[in-house]
Design a protein around this ligand. Structure first.
Ligand code: GAL
Length: 792
């Protein structure tokens, strides 16, 4: 039996430790935004952290999440994977899996398949037991097995095909009573439904003519890397892609992400993905409406849904006007609905349809639910634009009020003597430690005599890195560090070193920055120090190499401060924090302070400007890796306005070049108490905590923009509108924050009208018409609109 899929769903990342924040408010906002379903991945590594030891507690309570979706009156789409990609550490695979003898990932390998089957069965049984599948009366209307395997399959040869067939058989054997999806799998075996992922999926056709045309991931923006600028995909372009998809027979469309959120702790994938997973999604990292994207899509959903009957039952016909301009007509006996699409990226089109003329701007779709009146055009944004502001913590005078104490990370005897917890005669892949920590010490000793071939005045240590961060120490002294800069992951660290006759101790600290989550055989991508590690002696032109890679290496996982839980609440009782002479620019340093939670209920961010790289904890909760000293690359950002026209990709409309790729870190209010809260930072590179402070985030400016015959709506999202600074009814120019009057305007000043209707209210709405706002001097050719700038 096929369950008719609902047309619009949202994707919400499930599993982040602050899951509770999306349970209520964000689900409500998704529903209010016109969505019918919440799509979520299931994160295997979070739920099975050690083999056969499961965790579905607290924020990992999957059943509760699905039930919350149901309580909100929404459907659910369960993407079990269990490979998920998702910019999530190791693509969601538990790292212990890598260490099972004989395993090969994502191919016809019995060790892998047994584990995958075990976890998938567990999830399916858990859902079934709670009657959560739609066939049992529950909210889950669709499930997914694997993830974009089709993009990788050619690398796995025949075994890849055998594997995907096995995936399909296994999924089907569960008899869950709702369809299974396989995204980006153009040979999906029946009855799996092959679906599309991407920025545009209008020209996608599933491999089975009986399958509905479905879009599992419409990327609403993009993710961010350390060293990467801020991605931005315009509301106009997202709406264009959605409208075009439904123009061309789409039945199900999911936003990835609708609410991306934050990758707390060590959940961020790699290489080098930031803690923020904002994604420029319609709900921002903190759950605020990302306006105008949220509102522009909400209106699109309303119009599409008003046509549901016509779209799902109508006969389809189309007209090609040339130059990428088309009309699609859905007709039933009761009536018809039309889409006029213009995929030309620069030329507006004027078309004549059933005796009337219509202007369809470049790169837009007009929707006419009755085939007569344009009710929506993807390029005409009537939703408000909100500019967010960060406000100081009103509970105290930060940063001055923050009294810091500090402690050095203890790099002591055992490290300098090379005494680890286990040893091997090789450099190991850091995955061998089951990803218990970002940090792994690689330690070895090399005995040198003055007659050693490398012995010279010019000796250096050379380490081939995999891109993760490297800190080197020789004979107890720090030598230097290296890390991947701007996407180059195979650096060679080389630095001159003073060695002594006799034993020399080499201690290398490797710090992973999220394990690879995508690519063919990504699971095998080396992490840690692949080597070789060499001592190089130079005598004149001669270069003599001593390869230490095959030496006996001793290993120690993690850092002392982490073992001693310096980040946790109990560390308060420890007395060996120092309060004198707070060091700055000091490597491997722990800092601690107490703070008062910001007043009110606005989301809270921690401003870490001045710090290098490390981890931050609030009351023992790991809020993720921080690295504000890593600046986004200098070039590639927008130099003029962002043009929504033309195909989007993640290199378009970038901002924030040359600035910290992530300066602000989300601290969920659920991590904080009312009274004294503790912030602990572990600083790896050296930083200055004296500027660190907490801020709250809220709408600062709200700009309304609406075309004639539409309604302009303004809201400060939960606080009263404080004032209206600008209003013009005509062809106002500029963008929110810098509006100016255009070539024409209303004959009387419309500002007082807006002030009267809006100031002091939580929200206001105004009909954009000459009746309400008075006549203009615009003439016939100008499409009039009202633009308003309000302060919150
Ligand atoms: C897709 C993948 C998602 C996510 C996305 C990029 O290929 O299925 O999990 O990684 O790319 O954000």
């Amino acid at each position: 039996m096929m369950v008719e899929p609902s047309p619009l769903t949202a994707s919400v990342e499930f599993c982040c430790p602050a899951q509770s924040i999306i349970r209520g408010a964000q689900l409500e906002k998704a529903k209010e935004g016109g969505l019918d379903a919440i799509e979520t991945y299931v994160f295997w590594n979070a739920h099975e952290p050690s083999r056969r030891q499961y965790n579905f507690d607290g924020n990992l309570d999957l059943v509760r999440f699905i039930k919350s979706i149901q309580d909100e009156g929404l459907y659910a789409v369960l993407r079990i994977g269990p490979y998920v990609c998702a910019e999530w550490n190791y693509g969601g695979f538990p790292v212990w899996l890598h260490n099972m003898p004989g395993i090969e990932f994502r191919t016809a390998n019995t060790v892998f398949m047994n584990e995958m089957q075990n976890f998938t069965t567990l999830i399916v049984d858990m859902m079934r037991k709670e009657k959560l599948f739609a066939s049992q009366g529950g909210p889950i209307i669709l499930a997914q097995i694997e993830n974009e395997y089709g993009n990788m399959m050619s690398h796995y040869g025949d075994a890849g095909k055998a594997y995907i067939d096995w995936c399909a058989k296994m999924a089907d054997s569960f008899k869950i009573g709702v369809p299974w999806l396989m995204c980006q799998q153009s040979d999906a075996p029946q009855p799996m439904i092959n679906t599309c992922n991407g920025w545009y999926c209008d020209s996608f056709t599933p491999n089975n003519p009986n399958s509905p045309k479905m879009w599992t991931e419409n990327w609403t923006g993009w993710f961010k890397s350390w060293g990467g600028p801020d991605p931005h995909r315009t509301a106009e372009d997202v709406a264009f892609s959605v409208a075009r998809f439904f123009q061309y027979g789409g039945t199900f469309q999911n936003y990835y992400m609708y609410h991306g959120g934050t990758n707390f702790g060590r959940t961020s994938g790699g290489p080098y993905l930031t803690t923020s997973y904002d994604y420029d999604a319609p709900l921002d990292e903190y759950g605020n409406l990302n306006q105008p994207k949220w509102g522009h899509l909400k209106e699109l959903h309303r119009v599409l849904k008003s046509m549901e009957k016509t779209l799902t039952h109508g006969n389809i016909s189309s007209i090609d006007f040339g130059n990428s301009v088309t009309a699609t007509i859905y007709a039933t006996e009761e009536g018809s609905g039309c889409f006029f699409g213009n995929a030309n990226s620069s030329t507006d089109a004027t078309i004549s349809f059933q005796g009337s003329e219509y202007v369809v701007p470049a790169w837009s779709v007009s929707i006419l639910p009755d085939c007569k009146n344009e009710e929506y055009n993807t390029a005409k944004v009537n939703a408000q634009t909100s500019l967010m502001v960060k406000r100081s913590n009103e509970a105290e005078e930060e940063p001055a009020s923050l009294k810091w104490v500090w402690r050095p990370e203890i790099i002591d005897g055992p490290i300098h003597e090379g005494k680890g917890k286990f040893a091997a005669s090789q450099l190991i892949d850091q995955k061998q430690i089951n990803d218990e920590s970002d940090y792994l010490w690689y330690m070895t000793s090399v005995n040198l005599k003055e007659d050693d071939p490398i012995w010279s005045d010019n000796m250096s240590l050379l380490v081939n890195g995999s891109g993760h961060v490297l800190h080197t120490y020789v004979n107890g002294e720090y030598l230097g560090s290296d890390w991947a800069t701007y996407g180059i992951f195979n650096y060679k660290f080389e630095q001159q070193v003073k060695l002594k006759p006799g034993p020399n101790q080499i201690s290398l600290l490797s710090a992973t920055v999220g394990l690879q989550n995508y690519g063919p055989m990504f699971d095998l991508v080396q992490s840690g120090i692949p080597g070789p590690v060499e001592l190089v002696g130079r005598k004149g032109d001669e270069r003599i190499v001593k390869d230490l890679s095959g030496h006996k290496w001793s290993y120690r996982v993690g850092l002392r401060g982490m073992e001693d839980k310096l980040y946790g609440p109990q560390s308060d009782n420890q007395t060996n924090w120092l309060s004198e002479e707070l060091p700055t620019k000091r490597r491997m340093t722990w800092y601690k302070t107490t703070f008062k939670a910001p007043l009110g209920s606005d989301p809270v961010v921690l401003d870490l400007l001045g710090m290098g790289k490390g981890f931050a904890w609030v009351n023992g909760n790991n809020i993720g890796r921080y690295w504000p000293s890593y600046l986004a690359k200098e070039d590639g950002c927008l130099t003029g306005p962002c043009d929504y026209r033309g195909s989007y990709d993640n290199n378009k409309c970038l901002t924030n070049c040359g600035k910290p790729s992530q300066r602000y870190y989300h601290v969920p209010r659920s991590f904080m108490g009312k009274d004294v809260n503790t912030l602990v930072l572990f600083e790896e590179f050296g930083g200055n905590p004296s500027r660190v402070n907490f801020k709250t985030l809220a709408v600062g400016t709200a700009c309304g923009n609406a075309y004639e015959k539409k309604t302009l709506e303004l809201s400060c999202q939960g606080r009263p509108i404080a004032g209206v600074l600008f209003a013009s009814f005509g062809d106002p120019q500029g963008t929110c924050g810098s509006f100016t009057k255009g070539t024409c305007d209303a004959e009387r000043d419309v500002l007082p009208i807006l002030q009267k209707e809006c100031v002091g209210k939580d929200s206001c709405s105004i009909q954009v018409s000459e009746e309400k706002l008075g006549k203009t001097n615009c003439g016939g050719n100008i499409v009039k609109r009202l633009a308003v700038e309000a302060v919150c």
